[in-house]
Design a protein around this ligand. Structure first.
Ligand SMILES: Cc1ncc(COP(=O)(O)O)c(C=O)c1O
Length: 407
């Protein structure tokens, strides 16, 4: 039986060579290779500064904490995203407030942002406060889901109008663009992930990107226990006293071992994205020809999708199903049958309001965010990776066709 994973990272001998050099150097914690990796990623995205972290989750928390998000504040976030987006907000002590998405793009719906603010907040001295809790509306954490930028220009316009900050969750979107501008280049801080399901990987890892030199400096201190001196600078210098700590920071340091992998990966990034886009276009054509039960990913004019994941939606009409619940049950049966014949697929991502912690804390019901609910139940991620062959792709699409026909 063929085995097709949902994704696999793309390595050659360069990653191991780089790691060997770091091991031989004797310095394996955060040091010069992390600094080089920060420069390489920020240069690729055409942003001033990169601040590496242990994951995108910690990068998000670091960026939020350094930007002043804290208890007594609200942050708006899409209702359909990986749970790390809202967990990071919770970790600052602030309250995540969900906003529904557009089903076409899987991204936050700017019209819904304004609707939520107009419905739940009132203005006082130019700032907006939650009418029920009194919380200050701090800002928005939009997500560039699956490698497609959200409508960040519209999000920025709303943020200006209501005096809000924006931190972009670009975990999946390294290399994504609108026109010639990369994610993170629209005037906000953004955070990316190097988890193995992303375009390039460091095992685990993340990075904050910003053009704000002062913010970058503050985040570098906060990620190393609030220390005023980095660990490698301290070891390189003379003296025996520990540095000053003016803040209670974190240990969110990426290691040079991870960054060594990252340095080899970043050289492959453009090729990986090019190949994934080529395979995605091939899926688009194959699905249009043979699978009317699937809706392929939508890409707005001028957007550059990197296809971190290739995510389709089930077409309920084509399947003669009359509810999202029935669609979800059908989707799960289909994905199980594919798994039984060696094809790994996944639900796109989850609706936050259906997850235990959030459902219980905020007493949500599925209908609170109908688009997120639909995408939670009807989304399907198909296998996509550089090493995939034409035959693998045909096997995936033909097996889905056969499985649907068999009922
Ligand atoms: C939208 C989004 N945000 C945040 C994360 C968290 O990234 P990490 O695993 O690097 O912490 C992910 C990971 O899948 C994600 O998809």
């Amino acid at each position: 039986m063929e085995k097709i994973p949902v994704t696999i990272p793309y390595f050659d001998e360069k990653e191991a060579e780089n790691v060997k050099k770091v091991l031989e150097s004797g310095w394996v914690a955060q040091g010069p290779v992390v600094a080089s990796f920060e420069k390489a990623i920020s240069a690729h995205e055409q942003i001033g500064y990169g601040v590496a972290a242990t994951s995108c989750t910690t990068a998000l928390h670091l960026a939020m904490a350094a930007s002043g998000m804290t208890a007594g504040m609200d942050a708006l976030a899409p209702a359909f995203t990986f749970v790390a987006t809202t967990n990071a907000i919770v970790q600052t002590g602030a309250t995540p407030v969900l906003v529904d998405i557009c089903q076409e793009t899987f991204n936050i719906d700017p019209r819904q942002i304004e609707a939520v603010i107009d419905r739940d907040y009132q203005e006082r001295d130019g700032r907006w406060y939650n009418q029920k809790t009194g919380n200050l509306l701090w800002g928005i954490v939009p997500v560039h889901e699956f490698g497609l930028c959200c409508d960040i220009l519209e999000v920025n316009r709303i943020a200006n109008r209501y005096h809000l900050q924006v931190i972009e969750d670009a975990a999946c979107a390294l290399g994504a663009k609108i026109g010639d501008t990369h994610q993170g280049g629209f005037g906000n801080t953004s955070c990316i992930s190097f988890h193995p399901r992303k375009s390039i990987t460091t095992g685990e890892g993340g990075m904050v990107l910003t053009d704000d030199a002062a913010l970058a400096k503050r985040m570098k201190e906060l990620r190393t226990h609030g220390s005023t001196v980095s660990a490698d600078a301290r070891h390189a210098g003379k003296g025996f006293l520990l540095p000053e700590h003016n803040e209670a920071g974190y240990n969110y340091r990426m290691t040079d071992i991870q960054a060594a992998v990252g340095m080899a990966q970043v050289d492959k990034l453009d090729d990986i994205i090019r190949e994934k886009r080529r395979r995605a276009a091939r899926y688009d054509r194959m699905i249009a020809d043979t699978l009317p039960e699937f809706v392929t990913p939508y890409v707005p004019e001028g957007y550059f999708h990197t296809y971190q994941s290739y995510v389709c939606l089930l077409n309920l009409n084509a399947l003669h199903l009359d509810s999202i619940k029935a669609g979800g049950e059908y989707r799960n049966r289909l994905l199980q049958k594919l798994e039984d014949v060696g094809i790994a697929t996944r639900q796109g991502t989850h609706a936050i309001h259906l997850l235990g912690y959030y459902k219980n804390r905020f007493q949500y019901i599925p209908e609170d965010f109908p688009n997120a609910y639909a995408c939670d139940h009807l989304s399907i991620t198909l296998p996509l990776y550089v090493q995939m062959s034409d035959a693998d792709q045909e096997y995936v699409v033909q097996t889905i066709r056969k499985t649907i026909d068999q009922g």
